[in-house]
Design a protein around this ligand. Structure first.
Ligand code: IDP
Length: 135
């Protein structure tokens, strides 16, 4: 059964020239791109996207970071796409992420961890609706 997931190459990933690397890895895995757009997020969209973290101490910094430059928003699909991309991304904390994963290979700081991938079918539906309402 095909599933869709929302993926972001966050502003740190775009600034560091890692868009090609991320897209190449997900395509090599067999995920298929359905939508892609480079954009700078308004604060309101960022706050909605990360609403579950609104009470966390790092929320303000996270919103500053994710709105601080262009990001690449993607929708990809494939069998178990959500879990498949989370496995490619690696653990949230890049120091704990396994080498061979995107975060494990390219990041050191928990906030600036290169990519986002939806974590459940409910999140994917909500996030795809937020970023690509026409899909
Ligand atoms: P995920 O992106 O692996 O799903 P979440 O726990 O949902 O991880 O956190 C969302 C994002 O918030 C992370 O990807 C990271 O950018 C940031 N973040 C998470 N925990 C911290 C923290 O302790 N300090 C700063 N930023 C954090």
């Amino acid at each position: 059964m095909t599933e869709r997931t929302l993926i972001l190459v966050k502003p740190d990933g775009v600034a560091r020239g890692l868009v090609g690397e991320v897209v190449s890895r997900l395509e090599a895995k067999g995920l298929r791109l359905v939508a892609a757009e480079l954009r700078t997020l308004p604060r309101e969209t960022a706050e909605q996207h990360y609403a579950e973290h609104a009470e966390k101490p790092f929320f303000g910094s996270l919103v500053d970071f994710i709105t601080g430059g262009p990001l690449l928003a993607l929708v990809a699909e494939g069998p178990r796409a959500i879990e498949a991309f989370r496995a490619l991304a690696g653990a949230t904390d890049p120091v704990k992420a396994a080498p061979g994963t995107i975060r494990g290979d390219f990041a050191l700081e928990v906030q600036n961890n290169i990519v986002h991938g939806s974590d459940s079918p409910e999140s994917a539906q909500r996030e795809i609706g937020l970023f690509f309402p026409a899909l």
